[in-house]
Design a protein around this ligand. Structure first.
Ligand SMILES: Cc1cc2nc3c(=O)[nH]c(=O)nc-3n(C[C@H](O)[C@H](O)[C@H](O)COP(=O)(O)OP(=O)(O)OC[C@H]3O[C@@H](n4cnc5c(N)ncnc54)[C@H](O)[C@@H]3O)c2cc1C
Length: 82
């Protein structure tokens, strides 16, 4: 539909916590240990699902930071750009 919060069925199936706007709760900081990780361990969220509807360039940047956070989570450090 666009410009509504993420679809409930997907979020319910993962059981992730949401904020007051219905978006997935995750810390948008790829430098902290739990960055981009949801309330469910090892489940990460980025883009519109995390921030709410925004712009393509913001979603791309968020996805790149999330990739760095996942890389750091798996490998302990990352060479991916912040
Ligand atoms: C009508 C409309 C117009 C817009 N116009 C602009 C604009 O002019 N400029 C601009 O910058 N931004 C615009 N936006 C916003 C922009 O499209 C979004 O901010 C951006 O696409 C978000 O990217 P994303 O990767 O976070 O999410 P999405 O692009 O929504 O990607 C999520 C993906 O997950 C897939 N998916 C969903 N459920 C599942 C599942 N169960 N299994 C597997 N895959 C699944 C979906 O098919 C989709 O491909 C517009 C948005 C809308 C709705």
């Amino acid at each position: 539909m666009g410009f509504v919060h993420p679809l409930d069925a997907v979020l319910d199936s993962f059981g992730v916590a949401r904020d007051k706007r219905g978006n997935v709760q995750a810390t948008p900081d790829c430098e902290v240990s739990n960055g981009y990780q949801t309330s469910v361990p090892k489940v990460f969220a980025a883009g519109d699902m995390r921030s709410g509807q925004s712009l393509v360039i913001r979603a791309v940047a968020d996805g790149r930071r999330c990739a760095r956070a996942v890389d750091k989570f798996l490998m302990g450090n990352s060479l991916l750009p912040a």
